[in-house]
Design a protein around this ligand. Structure first.
Ligand code: PD2
Ligand code: ZN
Length: 288
């Protein structure tokens, strides 16, 4: 927890209560000499205190929510039924406002999906999950896929897809983590989880130091799964079937830096065939 003197504490509390923009508060602190990560955490805590955070005991790994409900501010994704994203027209198939979930069609061509699978195949390794205490990437039975990472801007093919997804999410390319391709065989799954790093868990700090927390995710489906393998949101009762070229977007951090408990989601076990997806996680700021 950052130590700030009482004058700074009062300033933070006052601005938080008056609904000042978190980004403006962090910028003001950085301008007077505080480290970005320090300012970020101090503002986050001031906002939590201002809104009266509490811990919801029914979330096993501890989940902090505002006494006020999560505020659904406007999603950055463009309005309309077809969105021109960099080099491609993308169809909007489903929009859900609470939680903010959008299903898109025609995001990737069949050739692009095949190329991504072919390139990922030789690099696959058992997927890891962040250890809540240490922050280390450990293997857990709750995530039984294999995955491969692509560096940001690794080559023109990857860069073009990053630009398309950034345009669709309306969030800067620089704020994105590198793509990750995942392969699930029959029986493999990813049990319900949040994609953001819970601020109250000790292991989160190392992951949010650069770029801040995750704010939204895009899961892109690279093949058709004959049965099983849906991406599901158990608190919201939403299930998205894995169909080649489609994608599901979900946003869980709003402009007040609240985190949405309804964004809890998982990858259901594959029952027939296999499942290939690619994920794009985006952060509050450029990851540097
Ligand atoms: O495989 C999925 O559908 C899925 C679902 C939820 C993947 C992730 N989360 C993830 O990689 O975060
Ligand atoms: Zn996830």
């Amino acid at each position: 927890m950052p130590e700030v003197n009482s004058a700074v504490q009062d300033w933070l509390a006052d601005h938080a209560r008056r609904g000042c923009s978190p980004v403006a508060m962090v910028d003001a602190m950085v301008q007077v000499g505080f480290e970005q990560a320090f300012a970020d955490e101090a503002v986050h805590q001031a906002l939590q205190a201002a809104a009266g955070y509490y811990t919801q005991a029914h979330y096993p790994h501890g989940f902090e929510a505002l006494n006020d409900e999560y505020r659904y501010d406007p999603v950055p994704v463009a309005a309309g039924n077809v969105i021109r994203a960099h080099d491609r027209d993308i169809e909007v198939l489903v929009r859900c406002d609470r939680p903010q979930v959008i299903v898109f069609g025609n995001v990737l061509s069949a050739d692009e999906c095949a190329a991504l699978i072919e390139r990922a195949q030789p690099k696959l390794k058992r997927s890891t999950t962040v250890n809540p205490e240490s922050g280390a990437e450990d293997i857990f039975p709750s995530r039984t896929s294999e995955g491969a990472f692509f560096q940001r801007g690794e080559d023109p093919f990857i860069l073009n897809l990053e630009q398309r997804i950034a345009a669709l999410m309306n969030w800067p390319v620089e704020n994105g983590e590198g793509f990750q391709v995942l392969n699930y065989r029959v029986g493999a799954e990813y049990t319900p989880h949040f994609d953001y790093f819970p601020p109250q868990q000790a292991g989160s700090a190392v992951h949010t130091e650069r770029g801040g927390n995750r704010v939204a995710t895009m899961v892109l489906y690279l093949n058709d799964v004959p049965n099983g393998g849906a991406t599901y949101f158990p608190e919201a009762g939403i299930s998205v079937a894995a169909r080649q070229g489609r994608a599901v977007y979900f946003r869980y951090m709003n402009g007040y830096r609240q985190l949405d408990p309804l964004s809890l989601h998982g990858g259901a076990p594959v029952l027939v065939g296999e499942k290939w997806i690619m994920t794009k996680w985006v952060r509050e700021r450029a990851a540097g």
